[in-house]
Each structure stands twice: as C-alpha cells, then as structure tokens.
Design a protein around this ligand. Structure first.
Ligand code: PLP
Length: 420
C-alpha cells in the first residue's frame, strides 16, 4: 500500500501509522477497512475513544439531522441548544442516578487540556503548587499535564524541567503485600519528609498507557481517605478508563469513592469527535470567568453525539451488565492463555479493559501487535517498556467478532513467545 505521501510530508512524530502501515478508508462497528477493502478487527478503538464502535448507527442519524438543519457547529462557549441537551442528559442519566453533584467545565477538546485545567483549578483553589501523581501514570503531553506523566520517553521530549509534581508509588508498584499508601501517608504526616502539602492527587483508577494496572478498591478508598484527612483535592483522570470501559460509567464507581474532580474525554462524544469535560466539586469551582478558555470548547456536533450515546446506552443498567459479561469473556480467555505459558504472562485489568503482560520480554507487546496485525487485528501495546498487549475492543462488539479477534491474538501470543 502506498504510504509515500505520509513518509514524505508528515512529521517524524507520526506514531500509529508505523505500527499499522496501511491506508484506512472506512469503518463500521468493530471493523476498520483499508483502501484495498481489507477488514481489520479493531481491538484498539482509538485508544478507548470509540467505546461505542465506529460510526455507531444509533447516533449517526442525530448527527446527520443536526448538520441538515444547520445546527451551530462552532459556538465557543456560548449557550446552544445542543449543549443544553447534553447537560440535561448528562445530569439526568449519569450524575443524578449516582448521587453526584458536579459543575461541568468544557475545556479544549484534548484530554491533556482537561487534565491541565483540573490541576490548575486544584492549585488555584488550594493556593498550593505541588501535585502528587503516580508511577506509570499518563495524563497528557502539554507541559502541565506532561509534568504528571511518568514515562521518560514523553518527559524527555518536553525539553524543559517538569516541575511542581511529585510521583508516589501506585498500587502494587513494589509488588504484592507492600502498602504503597502507607509510604505516602507517612510522608504526609512527617513535616520533614520533603513532600510539600499537595494541591491535588491525580490518579487513574485503571492506568491505560502505564500497562493496564488496576488499583484495588481498597487502595482507592485509602487514597480518598488521605485526600480527605489532609484536604487534598482528589482528581480522577477517567479519560481512558471512563465512559463504560471499567464496566461502569466511571472507573471509580466500583470503589465507592467520590473524587473532587473528574476528567473525561475520549469516548464521551460517542462518535469519536473531540470533546473534553472536567467535573468539579462545586466548592472548588473558584474559576473567574474565562480564566481557562480556548477556542474549541463548544464542539456542538460532539454534544449531539454525546447526548445520543447517553440516551442509547446509559438510560438503564443493561449496557454496563453487558460490558461486564463480555469483559469476563475476555478475562477468562486471557487467563487461559496465561495458564498455557506458566511464569511468562500476567493478566491485568477489569471491566472491558485488560492487559496481557510479559514478565520477561520487553519486546512481547510489539511482537504480538505486529503478528496480530498481519492476521487482521489492530491491537496496541502499553507499559513502561511496551511489554503489555492492551485489549480495548469496542464495548458494543458482538461475541462472534470478539472471539474471532481473541483467537487471532492467542495465535499471535504463541508466535511471539516462540521467538523469545
Ligand atoms: N489521560 C489519560 C488517562 C489518557 O489515557 C490520555 C490519552 O491517552 C490523556 C490523559 C491525554 O488525552 P489526549 O491524548 O486527548 O490529550
């Protein structure tokens, strides 16, 4: 397939095209189709931006109707009917049934801009500077969010000192049985630990880029408890793990905690359109008008898609139950694969968000991804050394496609392990 126009004109920064070197043309549900008509099963889903699959037919008519009627597409942050409908659906279908009360901040469309806003607001509200982030965390690549992103590969590209963030060990970082929160609690309690009282904790309940590490409910409750004891706002970055990926709308629901700030993006708009949102405990909403602004905070087509997605999938408990059922299918299959290779593989994650990690071979992720791609499955890698294969099928995938994709990945795993 001819990729010369990309090689000649697109910056060296391009990434995924190197792993999946074909030219894609159309997409439907859990399938991507290249310009030769070859179909690929999508187990990557735009890094969880396509939880409802590609071009979901339940939302498409609403988007087409909106375009046909001449609905406002770009509205800065002015009031529009599309935004009002989204706010109505989000508060009625997501916040109120969960007993949550947040103010909504629409930020610039990237996840990075939203985590940036959440950290800025926590600093503004507390008058403190230091944010505690966690090992293997990923919060975006603009300088403020990059400072809270752990991976050296990205930090190096920042080219300036990344300041005002301290990293603490995530759940399980030192292995089973070591209570990483006890270390943090001790530091917070000790006036000479060198840890400045944080303006916020920022955490992913399931770390995506970091290797699909799922924090336990106990650990998350412990973190929320520390936050409360020291009046430290707790930010949950639900950009990758949110919007159903964990099995519930929010990844923190299972643990019973209520964060002070929640960051959503990726699948929020339903159709893959750019949209980000920060949920703010009203007591922390100390912004003055326009203090965190941006041109593209009113992507009204994204609001229309998001409203349709909420009404289609989140009006009752059927969808989350279905995600958990299919997630269990994936988990048990991965566990069976790991059992075939004792001591070599580890299965991580929950909901419909899983990782298969090699315990010894850092090239495992890339090998499996390449092998799977050659047999028609798009799947990506994660982890500190890319040693994890990350499973992010659409939450709407049918069982037959899911099982077919898993068969292909299972064969790719066997091939990758045979080459160690
Ligand atoms: N936070 C998390 C947990 C993410 O997974 C990502 C992206 O993968 C981001 C933040 C950054 O989002 P974006 O790439 O839209 O800036």
């Amino acid at each position: 397939m001819d990729l010369s126009i990309f090689d000649e004109w697109e910056s060296e920064v391009r990434g995924y095209v190197r792993s999946f070197p074909v030219v894609f043309d159309t997409a439907h549900g859990s399938f991507l189709v290249d310009q030769d008509g070859t179909e690929y099963i999508d187990f990557f889903s735009g890094a969880s931006a396509l939880n409802y699959g590609h071009n979901n037919p339940n939302f498409k008519p609403a988007l087409i109707d909106y375009l046909e009627k001449g609905g406002i597409i770009h509205g800065l942050d002015m009031a529009t009917t599309a935004k009002a409908e989204f706010i109505g659906a989000f508060t009625e279908l997501v916040l109120k049934p969960r007993g949550l009360r947040y103010k909504l901040q629409f930020t610039g469309p990237t996840g990075a801009n939203a985590t940036e806003a959440a950290m800025k607001l926590a600093r503004l509200a507390t008058g403190r500077t230091n944010v505690v982030a966690f090992t293997h965390g990923y919060h975006g690549l603009s300088l403020g969010s990059l400072a809270a992103t752990a991976a050296q590969h990205y930090r190096h590209a920042g080219s300036v000192p990344l300041t005002n963030v301290t990293f603490a060990p995530y759940d399980g970082y030192y292995g089973a049985g070591i209570d990483t929160l006890a270390l943090l609690a001790k530091q917070l309690d000790d006036p000479s630990s060198g840890l400045d009282l944080p303006a916020a904790f920022i955490v992913e309940c399931i770390q995506g880029e970091g290797g699909v590490n799922a924090a336990s409910g106990e650990w998350l409750r412990g973190l929320a408890d520390l936050a409360r004891r020291y009046s430290i706002p707790l930010i949950v970055d639900d950009i990758q793990a949110g919007v159903g990926r964990s099995g519930d709308f929010f990844s923190f629901e299972d643990s019973g905690i209520t964060p002070d700030l929640v960051v959503l993006s990726k699948s929020l708009s339903g159709y893959g359109l750019p949209m980000s949102l920060v949920l703010i405990n009203p007591d922390l909403d100390v912004w003055s008008p326009g203090a965190h602004t941006g041109t593209f905070r009113g992507n009204n087509l994204a609001f229309v898609g998001a409203t349709a997605a909420l009404k289609t999938y989140w009006a009752d408990g059927a969808f989350p139950a279905e995600i958990k059922r299919k997630g269990e299918l994936v988990r048990s299959r991965l566990a069976a694969i790991a059992e075939q290779h004792p001591g070599e593989l580890d299965v991580r994650g929950r909901g419909m968000f899983f990782g298969l990690a090699s315990l010894g071979d850092p090239s495992f992720g890339a090998k499996v991804s390449q092998e799977a791609f050659h047999h028609g499955v798009i799947i990506e890698t994660a982890g500190a050394r890319d040693e994890v294969v990350k499973f992010l099928p659409a939450l709407t995938i049918d069982d037959e496609t899911l099982l077919r994709g898993l068969d292909i990945v299972e064969a790719a795993v066997a091939a990758a392990l045979a080459t160690v």
